[in-house]
Design a protein around this ligand. Structure first.
Ligand SMILES: C[S@@+](CC[C@H](N)C(=O)[O-])C[C@H]1O[C@@H](n2cnc3c(N)ncnc32)[C@H](O)[C@@H]1O
Length: 398
């Protein structure tokens, strides 16, 4: 797809051309910039001016900008035969498997390079689970020299092409997770809805920027969860009940039926409040890697795979996915554009990640972790043992 300005025959970075066009159309430059920056179609009154002055119709502009609404779809249908015969088939096979591994562990293989190239050379239906945490086009610095400040439509075009590869590489029954800010995941979800089964939009409560004037404070990341047909594995962890850190009393009422609560814990919902940011430099392996907590990857891997499954992450960063997969006895493959030293160092100190993960996991699949349960009993607060579950009697502690 082309950007708005490119679709009108301009060079987007050439402000002289943009100003000249604005003058010709009698439209403010900032109004045209809005369409360019957000990659949206001009509103009707501007569309009419564009058609009248440049002779470019709405349909032409939609096709050039890759905005495939019902008008474009109907036009394609009417011309289907012409289109199919005029487009030459591009079925030729890419050469497979030309990347050589940079690092290998008991369960996994790490490559260095561009994930697009790597994926194009990988056979279809290979991975049980793919997790992708790409750069967010927020102008961040990456050691790989990746340009994190490209135009709206270039970013989306790039995302659509690696997403299409992920879809192809996923095994039937496999799961795809995409981590991004909500703004981009609205587009990525729309794209994926046409190819995979939507499972969940998971909101992960983490603040990711400073408050911005005239906007709500951005406070959640979006985690898209799709599957290629019915998911082969779906085993979400159950979480402990939330209690007050100081007095250990209940924080929520969970529907009020304490005696009906599952002793294995609370159902995982699609809003995750317990995922910490990796903020402190002391805990970050690489400042520029935008490292995610291993707690997040543990939860995703646990939910969607079993031991021996093959996990892929095309955007390695500091290697959180790979380390989590290794500890959990899943096979993995991964690639990173930038240097790999920090990922390799992390594997050499994998005991540290193991210890952190063990601590997180010790709290799951229990309504109360053992220490909390013992303290609540001392304080005569209810626990799952306070009820006679057969007779539904009232608790002897509250
Ligand atoms: C947001 S970070 C991933 C962080 C990772 N999830 C972690 O927890 O450490 C995105 C990474 O993708 C890498 N990257 C960007 N473009 C890439 C490409 N085309 N192929 C492979 N890696 C790429 C960047 O260098 C960066 O390290």
């Amino acid at each position: 797809m082309k950007s708005f300005y490119e679709s009108l025959g301009l060079r987007p970075e050439n402000r002289i051309e943009v100003r000249a066009l604005a003058k010709r159309l009698k439209v403010k430059v900032k109004e045209l910039d809005l369409y360019q920056q957000n990659h949206i179609l001009p509103f009707e009154h501007h569309m009419a001016v564009i058609k009248g002055t440049l002779g470019i119709s709405a349909l032409q502009l939609k096709i050039r900008m890759g905005i495939f609404d019902s008008e474009v779809y109907e036009a394609l249908l009417r011309n289907e035969e012409l289109l199919v015969t005029s487009v030459t088939s591009s079925d030729k096979e890419e050469p497979r498997g030309v990347h050589s591994p940079e690092y290998q562990t008991k369960y996994g293989t790490l490559y260095q390079g561009d994930c697009m190239e790597f994926m194009r050379q990988t056979e279809s239906n290979k991975y049980d689970m793919i997790f992708a945490d790409p750069p967010f086009n927020l102008d961040k610095f990456y050691l790989s020299d990746y340009d994190d400040n490209v135009s709206h439509h270039s970013y989306l075009r790039w995302c659509f092409s690696w997403l299409d590869e992920c879809v192809r590489l996923l095994k039937p029954g496999g799961s795809l997770f995409v981590w991004n800010i909500p703004k981009w995941n609205t587009y990525l979800a729309n794209h994926l809805n046409q190819k995979l089964l939507f499972r969940h939009w998971i909101s992960v409560d983490i603040k990711f920027s400073l408050p911005i004037n005239s906007r709500l404070y951005p406070s959640h990341y979006s985690l898209l969860y799709y599957s290629k047909g019915k998911p082969k594995i779906f085993k979400p962890d159950r979480l402990p009940m939330e209690v007050c850190k100081r007095c250990l009393s209940d924080l929520k009422d969970y529907g009020g039926y304490k005696n009906k609560m599952n002793p294995l814990g609370v159902n995982l919902t699609d809003v995750w409040y317990d995922i910490p940011p990796v903020r402190h430099n002391k805990y970050k392996r690489r400042k520029e890697a935008n490292e995610l907590t291993i707690k997040l990857l543990d939860r995703i891997i646990e939910m969607s795979t079993e031991e021996g499954d093959l996990v892929f992450d095309p955007f390695g960063g500091s290697g959180t996915t790979y380390v989590a997969a290794e500890i959990k006895s899943r096979r993995w493959e991964g690639i990173e554009l930038g240097p790999l030293d920090d990922v390799i160092k992390r594997f050499q100190n994998i005991k540290e990640d193991e210890r952190i993960l063990r601590k997180y996991r010790s709290n799951y699949n229990n309504l109360f972790p053992p220490k909390i349960k013992a303290k609540r009993m001392q304080l005569r607060l209810w626990t799952d043992e306070s009820f006679d579950r057969q007779s539904n009697t009232t608790p002897n502690a509250i």
